[in-house]
Design a protein. Structure first.
Length: 214
């Protein structure tokens, strides 16, 4: 799982920071004169960005402090503190689900490609892309919420989500029509799929990503 990989990397960087050789300058700051702290900081910045996103306080603060370290005293105590704050919030579960956010970004790319294909008159291509994104998104959402849907049909996944109360209201009603369109697309029954059908799948997936994959 992606979260476990991130957890392992946080620990690796915590351990590698302990191996950096520091001295204390005349102002009492812990500084390092070799390049090892920069190697650590680059990896730490990359990890924090991947976990929390570009707009998170953790990433913004770390990036700002890293820039100051490179310009001025090379004081890395603040960098270490921000890194540990990010590590604690991640391990404590005080952030949005990382796997959902990353999955949402990937599925969003599929949706963009599908919309482009539809705008170019390639209805069938758009239908396959949209339905693939929908089915994968539903399965990923179900799995992350503890439902056993591996090798299940899309209809089974939909039923599992509905039974668990993970979809409701208008989203629940719209979802009922999706397996039919998906089956037409995956079995190349193009004459049974219209452009409005594809648009409805796209609209549903976009709304699903906005509400579930944040």
């Amino acid at each position: 799982m992606m979260q476990e990989k991130f957890r392992t990397r946080f620990q690796e960087l915590t351990d590698s920071f302990k191996e950096i050789q520091f001295i204390t300058d005349g102002f009492g700051f812990k500084v390092s004169k070799d390049g090892k702290w920069q190697k650590w900081a680059t990896s730490a910045e990359n990890l924090i960005r991947a976990v929390f996103s570009d707009n998170s306080p953790h990433y913004i603060n770390f990036k700002d402090q890293y820039s100051q370290c490179k310009r001025d005293s090379l004081n890395v105590e603040a960098l270490e503190s921000i890194f540990h704050s990010a590590k604690e919030d991640f391990e404590g579960g005080y952030i949005f689900n990382v796997e959902l956010r990353i999955s949402g970004e990937v599925f969003g790319d599929f949706i963009a490609l599908s919309r482009q294909a539809l705008s170019e008159g390639q209805k069938d291509v758009a239908a396959v892309l949209a339905c693939a994104a929908l089915e994968d998104a539903l399965k990923r959402y179900a799995e992350i919420n503890g439902l056993a849907v591996d090798d299940k049909t899309m209809q089974d996944v939909v039923n599992a989500l509905k039974s668990a109360g993970l979809v409701a209201g208008a989203q629940k009603s719209l979802l009922d029509a999706m397996p039919r369109i998906r089956n037409f697309a995956m079995h190349a029954e193009w004459s049974k799929i219209s452009e409005p059908d594809v648009s409805s799948v796209l609209g549903f997936v976009e709304q699903f990503l906005l509400t579930k994959f944040v």
